[in-house]
Design a protein around this ligand. Structure first.
Ligand code: PMP
Length: 400
């Protein structure tokens, strides 16, 4: 192989190498188009008449006047940005209040707010696991937990979905002193639930810490939306860490870790996504506090999300879900994509999950319920979704 030439200390590519370093992207794009997997950003209209069955605004609070006022008041008081990392200038009194209120709400000893739920998961896992730790993660855990595993430098084992016996085996057979078990409480693609009580029993029996991502559980499951950990009677357990997002039921942006005080103190010292990230913007903190306040005043909102999800499932002809997520599996990616497009053309904004978000052959419409869906909106959903699904299922290959 000829030695690469150097010009003024800069390496010059040899003539055998393509001169366009982006050409491989064209090949990837063509493959994705062929597989029906190219993704497109859809710009949402501010005043869209479409019925929202795609967002994570489970409580329907994103435009609630008190939530908007909460954001505005925080901006007026603290400014548009948090100005720095949480350890330097990025912690306001509003952050401290939100942390205390979130912790109290879920029944945890303390709270620590991060810039996103993604950052909360990365921070919690990488600070609590490292070389010499075993991390066992459910096969359906969110991408942020998957990435957290990769960054942790721990030995990582993926347990089959919701398989407590497999988790128990992996923990019992480990040689590492410390272990961490990771799971979503409500899995984001299918909306199914983790067996938290059993998982906690085996993590405790084996001296491990259980981290539960409550992104889709808070505001929806448990008494007054306190989450599935609370519902399972596990709130406040010192060996259980709850991670949360403020971007779904809490109608804002940001994330949190709700845990034992020793864990909070350790994360402040060691969680890189806490230390090296700018503090959450005041607007998001103020909005999330207002949304949490509204949920506390009207705790039945959580039950209304589940009731509306049951309505949508009935319309779609799928089993009643355990969460806000109604998953309508159609099969091939193109079939799901076309069905989603047809819904959108008729005024229903729906989600469409395709590989790699879900396994091959299980592409689906993902419909999310909102506490404030009206009877008139449900009538429209019945009309449009009924017809779209009848068409799609008529085209479905037998094997799908
Ligand atoms: N965990 C789960 C289960 C999620 O669905 C999401 C967001 N889609 C996150 C974590 C990340 O939260 P955030 O969007 O606040 O970064």
């Amino acid at each position: 192989m000829p030695r690469p030439a150097r010009l003024n200390g800069v390496q010059v590519s040899s003539s055998a190498v393509s001169t366009d370093p982006l050409s491989w992207l064209d090949e990837r794009a063509a493959e994705r188009v062929d597989a029906g997997l190219r993704r497109h950003l859809r710009v949402r209209a501010a005043e869209s008449p479409a019925i929202d069955l795609a967002s994570n605004d489970y409580l329907g609070l994103v435009r609630h006047p008190e939530v908007i006022e909460g954001a505005i008041a925080a901006v007026r008081r603290w400014g548009a940005g948090s100005t720095g990392s949480r350890l330097v200038t990025g912690t306001t009194a509003e952050h401290a209040l939100l942390e205390a209120e979130l912790a109290e709400f879920v029944g945890a000893e303390t709270g620590l707010v991060f810039a996103s739920g993604y950052a909360a998961n990365l921070g919690a896992v990488t600070a609590l696991a490292g070389r010499g730790t075993l991390v066992v993660s459910d096969a359906g855990s969110h991408a942020s937990l998957v990435d957290a595993c990769r960054l942790s430098r721990a030995r990582v084992e993926i347990a089959p979905h919701r398989d407590v016996a497999a988790v128990e085996r992996l923990l019992a057979e480990r040689t590492e002193e410390r272990a961490l078990v990771l799971t979503d409480s409500v899995f984001s693609a299918d909306g199914d639930l983790a067996p938290l009580a059993e998982l906690h029993r085996v993590t405790r029996a084996n001296g491990a810490i259980l981290i539960v991502d409550e992104a889709h559980g808070l505001g929806v499951r448990g008494e007054g939306g306190r989450g599935l950990v609370h519902e399972a009677g596990l709130a406040g357990e010192s060996d259980l860490v709850v991670t949360a997002t403020l971007s779904k039921a809490f109608a804002a942006q940001g994330g949190a870790v709700l845990a034992d005080a020793r864990i909070r103190a350790h994360l402040i010292d060691a969680a890189r996504t806490f230390i090296f990230d700018t503090g959450l913007a005041p607007a998001a903190v103020g909005a999330a506090r207002a949304a949490l306040g509204l949920l506390r005043r009207d705790p039945a909102m959580a039950a209304r999300v589940l009731a509306r999800a049951a309505d949508i499932a009935r319309i779609a002809g799928v089993p009643e879900p355990d969460s806000a997520v109604v998953s309508v599996v159609l099969g091939e990616a193109q079939l799901a994509f076309d069905a989603a497009q047809a819904c959108r053309e008729h005024g229903l904004d729906v989600g469409c999950f395709r590989p790699p978000s879900v396994p091959e052959g299980t592409s689906r419409l993902r419909l999310t319920a909102r506490a404030n869906l009206t009877p008139a909106e449900l009538d429209t959903i019945a009309e449009v979704l009924g017809e779209v699904l009848e068409n799609a299922r008529g085209k479905e290959p037998v094997s799908a």
